[in-house]
Design a protein around this ligand. Structure first.
Ligand code: CTP
Ligand code: CA
Length: 220
């Protein structure tokens, strides 16, 4: 079937997308985060809304403009993202976790700016909740889509994540490549689905990748 003729094929679908990075405070002026720019998540939100879906975008800080007609929920930390995701989840049909979530947070962020004193500084980090894994445990009819960022053994690591998080689709990214992924307008990804052969989506604009993601989901 023609993919481009059907611009309204997601009408009535309630889609939740997370995007960007989460940020964990060290002290009032410093933080832990990652290189995610949010481009992939925002492209997904744009695509879904253009196809008629009702879209909620939960986003960490980015430099990107808001996506018109999308319900926007800004967050900073992983726990804030978890809270907002869980608040929406029951009313959602499709969840796409495109955010690069900080796996750890500082156990006790300093309330005042940390002064440089000794030659070394130790900080204890504690693990954040795995938002997607939790959704995988409690999902009913929702379609769950995750991303995997890997620097090695892409297929094996990604396949394990798909299983462990009980996903319907996992989009695997090789983040060691400079030409794609983080910060780039382009990406090359592998689609993994339970019971299906991996599908390589060759290097393409994030907009095009977003199209392929929803084409795939709407074909389930
Ligand atoms: N994710 C999440 N909550 C976390 C960490 C990750 O929901 N605390 C989601 C991401 O949004 C992504 C998927 O899980 O959709 C995989 O993230 P990734 O960082 O690749 O995998 P992890 O499970 O965190 O494992 P690791 O970082 O150790 O490879
Ligand atoms: Ca991680």
């Amino acid at each position: 079937k023609s993919k481009h003729a059907v611009l309204d094929d997601m009408r009535g679908k309630r889609v939740l997308i997370t995007a960007g990075k989460t940020v964990e405070a060290i002290d009032p002026v410093r933080y832990i985060t990652n290189h995610s720019t949010g481009k992939m998540g925002y492209a997904l939100a744009q695509e879904a809304v253009e196809r008629g879906a009702e879209v909620t975008l939960i986003s960490g800080p980015t430099d990107l403009p808001k996506v018109p007609k999308v319900k926007f929920i800004p967050i900073n930390t992983t726990s804030e993202m978890a809270r907002e995701v869980n608040r929406c989840f029951e009313q959602i049909d499709i969840v796409v976790m495109a955010a690069a979530v900080s796996d750890y947070r500082v156990e006790k962020p300093a309330t005042q700016k940390i002064k440089k004193k000794s030659d070394t500084l130790e900080m204890k980090l504690i693990k954040n909740v795995d938002i997607l894994k939790d959704l995988g445990r409690k999902k009913k009819k929702q379609i769950l889509v995750g991303f995997a960022a890997e620097t090695q053994n892409l297929r094996e690591n990604a396949a394990r994540k798909m299983q462990e998080k009980n996903l319907d689709l996992l989009i695997a990214n090789d983040v060691s490549r400079r030409d794609i992924g983080f910060g780039s307008d382009q990406n090359e990804v592998l689609f993994l689905r339970p019971g299906h052969e991996p599908l390589l989506i060759g290097k393409n604009d994030k907009k095009k990748i977003a199209q392929r993601v929803f084409d795939c989901i709407m074909d389930f």
